[in-house]
Design a protein around this ligand. Structure first.
Ligand code: HEC
Ligand code: HEC
Ligand code: HEC
Ligand code: HEC
Length: 176
């Protein structure tokens, strides 16, 4: 077998496995979402909206490698296989579609880790409005993208420290 053909088959198999595993991994989160938002499913609104209230987090995120993830794709910016992990909400409700249609969702933004934020934006005081808040096992979120192919040596504690928000949550009226 020629080398390119072999590489292609490997790539194909890994894509297939990816799809199966990512379904298995996200299933519990989907269940959770379904229960919490039976009436209105939150959708993606993009970083600029988060910036309105979380300016310091946004400033910090701009320096994070995740912010640059879309540009990294180079000539592969239309490749659906790549977009899944280098954009926000690809193929989900009002998530990333293409660079032309949804430029505001390029890269791995807040909502790629915290979940679609429409309900939270409309009602930030409702602790249940954000699909992915403080009390969740974030490791499950990370390994959707940081899988064995891309980050074989993934170690949650180590990686989390490198992206950690260093902003101290401001004590606000009514909650800490
Ligand atoms: C399953 C998720 C996933 C898919 C699919 C994916 N990437 Fe990535 N990519 C990552 C992750 C995670 C990293 C960061 C790796 C690290 O440093 O831990 C990354 C890093 C990169 C980098 C930075 C350099 C490097 O190799 O670390 C480039 C360039 C890149 N990806 C291009 C692509 C291209 C082109 C495609 C499509 C052919 C693609 N990626 C598909 C998750 C993915
Ligand atoms: C790569 C994933 C990732 C991205 C992107 C991300 N976050 Fe986070 N965020 C986390 C994790 C993980 C935690 C939980 C930290 C912990 O418990 O150690 C967190 C916690 C938070 C918290 C809770 C308070 C705190 O500091 O613990 C807020 C608020 C927050 N993020 C806002 C944002 C905003 C706004 C953006 C975009 C500008 C963003 N995050 C982007 C992963 C991410
Ligand atoms: C209208 C203002 C507003 C907007 C817009 C907004 N937030 Fe928030 N967010 C808040 C407030 C207020 C809190 C509560 C702060 C606290 O409890 O310390 C909060 C808390 C959070 C938390 C912590 C949740 C937890 O479990 O404690 C995260 C994560 C977060 N926001 C992410 C986002 C993301 C992602 C976006 C954009 C999609 C966003 N926010 C947009 C006001 C906003
Ligand atoms: C939607 C996909 C996605 C999610 C979810 C995600 N990442 Fe990433 N991450 C990437 C991509 C893509 C890159 C490569 C960005 C680049 O180099 O341009 C990356 C890069 C990183 C890097 C820098 C690696 C390096 O070699 O410089 C760290 C650290 C990291 N991610 C940690 C995390 C943690 C921790 C979580 C979970 C809280 C997380 N990521 C969630 C896609 C994701």
């Amino acid at each position: 077998m020629t080398k390119p053909a072999f590489t292609f088959i490997l790539l194909f198999i890994s894509m297939l496995l990816e799809t199966i595993f990512s379904c298995l991994i996200t299933y519990p989160t989907q269940l959770y979402n379904r229960q919490a938002f039976a009436e209105e499913k939150p959708y993606y609104i993009g970083n600029r909206k988060c910036r309105l209230c979380h300016f310091e987090y946004f400033k910090e995120w701009e320096k994070d490698p995740h912010a640059n993830a879309f540009n990294r794709l180079g000539k592969m910016k239309n490749n659906p296989y790549c977009l899944k992990c280098h954009t926000t909400g690809y193929r989900e409700a009002q998530g990333f579609v293409s660079e032309k249609i949804t430029p505001e969702l390029r890269g791995v933004q807040c909502e790629a880790c915290h979940g679609p934020g429409s309900s939270h934006k409309d009602n930030p005081d409702n602790k249940g409005a954000l699909p992915i808040g403080r009390k969740i096992d974030y490791q499950r979120v990370c390994i959707k993208c940081h899988d064995r192919n891309w980050t074989p040596e993934f170690n949650y504690e180590k990686y989390r420290r490198r992206i950690e928000h260093r902003i101290k949550p401001k004590p606000e009226k009514g909650h800490l």
